[in-house]
Design a binder for this molecule. Structure first.
Ligand SMILES: [Zn+2]
Length: 395
């Protein structure tokens, strides 16, 4: 496999909330993983087979959309759109986590056998299917009454790592608590729906239900799409250690409130950013990037901190290997700069102003998948890529 070097990096967001920004001039990638970061003289990145000259621009980890409504293939039945995952890579998203294939599967089965089968099928299909390099963490079983210990053991053995709670056939949302425990016992990361009914057929999940269910992640805790009450949110932040997922397709006022109270409580490490698309809100390739800009510009957080919420925090909450830039990690990288017309001089300052940066390269496992993004605004300074032909993007 060809080696890859990134040189002339102007700024680096690490994805690690503890050290969200580092002065790094170059990155060397070998075998799809980051081999070295630091001064160009030390990493020898300039001598790699493929060289991305960042020309003073910013490198961030590939964004993770931890709430993505995949079913099978690169197709969303909800919006009848093909190639949306391919397009999300152009929005800087290199990994997604399925929010339960059963949620949007046409004909949505409600029996445990179908729910299990669909999760296993999705996990195995997406293990081998990477649209535009996208890592699709699929195989998220929608919890249904009747799933047994043996079912969970079988799913875990076949690559199912996640579970979604909130769209099953339970009479009351509280009734699924034993199944949440069973899924967790078998190593699955459980994300619950939070807030009002987002689609016909789902039930509202209030803060006291979440406290009873104790999932690993309170999915779209800023409402999907109707927000929870503020006191309830304070209780969740104060009295639990559940991850708090805020999404683009939720309530922005509530997202800003959650980020503020989490920061106050020293719990920013639990906040993760996702899109919750494709949904009724649409197909949004820039959904995560847009949330990052909104939370940084309106929530008074440093841009590199919000980037960590959309990368390293997602990886920690959903147990993924990606999301942070450090030696040994998969080389999922985004090169970006302030958009051409921005008052900002660089990508991080643009994010702080609420301007969506222009992406000039997206790299997955050390392979350049996207040059100039077809979705973001044009970057002021474009990365120059040598040693490989990258399909040009259209503006
Ligand atoms: Zn959702």
């Amino acid at each position: 496999m060809a080696t890859l070097g990134l040189v002339n990096i102007g700024a680096l967001a690490t994805g690690d909330l503890a050290v969200p920004r580092q002065d790094v001039e170059s990155i060397l990638v070998e075998g799809g993983r980051i081999a070295a970061l630091g001064a160009a003289s030390r990493t020898a990145a300039r001598g790699a087979d493929v060289v991305v000259d960042c020309r003073g621009t910013t490198v961030i980890p590939g964004l993770i959309d931890s709430h993505c409504h995949v079913v099978l293939g690169d197709y969303t039945p909800r919006q009848k759109t093909v190639d949306f995952l391919d397009s999300y890579v152009h929005g800087g998203i290199t990994s997604v986590v399925s929010a339960g294939e059963g949620v949007h599967a046409p004909g949505r089965p409600h029996d445990p056998a179908a729910s299990k089968a669909l999760a296993i099928a999705a996990a195995k299909c997406f293990e081998h299917f990477h649209p535009n390099g996208m890592k699709v963490n699929a195989g998220s079983v929608v919890l249904e009454p009747g799933l047994t210990d043996q079912d969970f053991a079988e799913m875990a053995a076949h690559g199912v790592r996640h579970a979604k709670y909130g769209f099953g056939g339970y009479a009351h949302p509280r009734d699924g608590e034993p199944d949440v425990r069973r899924a967790q016992k078998h190593g699955l990361c459980v994300m619950s729906h939070s807030g009002g009914n987002s689609i016909p057929g789902s039930s509202p999940i209030t803060h006291d239900v979440l406290l009873h269910l104790r999932p690993d992640v309170c999915g779209h805790v800023n409402g999907g799409t109707t927000s929870l009450d503020e006191e309830g949110l304070r209780t969740i932040v104060r009295e639990t250690d559940m991850a708090l997922q805020v999404v683009q397709a939720g309530n922005l006022r509530s997202a800003l409130f959650i980020v503020a109270i989490a920061r106050e409580a020293g719990a920013l490490g639990r906040v993760c950013v996702a899109s919750d698309t494709p949904t009724g809100t649409g197909v949004m390739p820039m959904g995560v990037l847009k949330s990052v800009c909104e939370l940084a510009s309106l929530g008074d957080l440093a841009p590199e901190t919000v980037i960590a919420l959309a990368t390293g925090n997602n990886a920690r909450a959903f147990r993924l290997a990606t999301g942070t830039l450090a030696a040994g990690r998969p080389a999922d990288l985004v090169v970006c700069d302030a958009p051409a017309a921005s008052m900002a001089a660089d990508a991080l300052t643009a994010v702080a102003r609420g301007d969506i940066p222009g992406i000039s390269a997206v790299i997955v496992d050390g392979e350049v998948r996207v040059g100039r993004s077809r979705n973001t605004p044009l970057a002021k300074r474009l990365a120059a890529i040598t040693g490989v032909a990258v399909a040009g993007a259209g503006h």
